[in-house]
Design a protein. Structure first.
Length: 245
């Protein structure tokens, strides 16, 4: 876990929203940080807009996947990190899921296919061939502090449990200052919503302020997907040869 901390301004990463417009793409304004929505994976590329700080795809997943993930014991949920070329990613994440002890059935195939699809969309947006994939099983207050991630851009989605909390840019400084005492407006991603947001490395004053929802003591376990470009904190690139030795 300590190896992940270098990628954030004070914590891990994430984001939700309530009331962010209609599912069609909303054009970013040029005078203020913009929040956009889209209705396809390809629409996440709007994060490339100069003033766009966050793009959210509010989507539904097959009921079979949601039900299957919900009935798994926490110990059966995968927890891994892998850096892989898009061509290798399906095999890489399947190998990681096997090592994590996740049951192998049709519903798992839906999950792994979704991760591959999102990684493909993220790679196209970021202009990279290698994608750093983290699938995390979280049952504690992982990153409860409001923070900006120290990245250019990052993709998040929550497959199980409460999703990420974030604040609109006008309230960012208040949330960073007040932390647990913050009483201002906040937003939450919904389960399965996909968010791509800019971090502090995108430029001075950039980055969506967000945090993991506190869940310690609730008995809940989250399953969170985080996609990044390759960084110093990434593992070595996955290869079939290395995985078989």
């Amino acid at each position: 876990m300590s190896g992940l901390l270098g990628e954030m301004d004070g914590s891990m990463a994430e984001a939700r929203m309530t009331g962010v417009g209609a599912p069609a793409m909303r054009a970013p304004t040029m005078s203020a940080p913009a929040i956009a929505t889209c209705d396809t994976a390809e629409g996440l590329a709007a994060i490339s807009g100069a003033d766009t700080e966050l793009v959210i795809w509010q989507r539904a997943q097959p009921a079979a996947l949601t039900a299957w993930l919900g009935q798994l014991a926490p110990s059966q949920l995968p927890h891994f990190r892998v850096l892989a070329l898009l061509a290798d990613l399906p095999r890489a994440i399947m190998a990681q899921a096997d090592e994590s002890g996740m049951p192998n059935d049709g519903a798992r195939d839906l999950l792994l296919a979704d991760i591959t699809r999102l990684a493909t969309a993220f790679a196209a947006t970021a202009g990279v061939d290698l994608v750093d994939v983290r699938l995390e099983r979280i049952s504690h207050d992982a990153c409860w502090r409001f923070h900006r991630d120290c990245v250019d851009a990052r993709l998040l989605t929550t497959y199980r449990g409460p999703a990420t909390e974030w604040v609109q840019p006008p309230f960012a400084s208040d949330a960073l200052r007040d932390q647990k005492a913050y009483q201002g407006p906040s937003e939450h991603l919904g389960i399965h919503d996909v968010a791509v947001f800019k971090g502090s490395c995108a430029g001075p004053g950039r980055g969506i302020v967000h945090r993991s929802p506190p869940i310690a003591g609730t008995g809940q376990t989250r399953l969170l997907l985080v996609l990044n470009k390759q960084s110093a904190a990434s593992p070595k690139p996955w290869t079939l040869v290395a995985a078989s030795t």
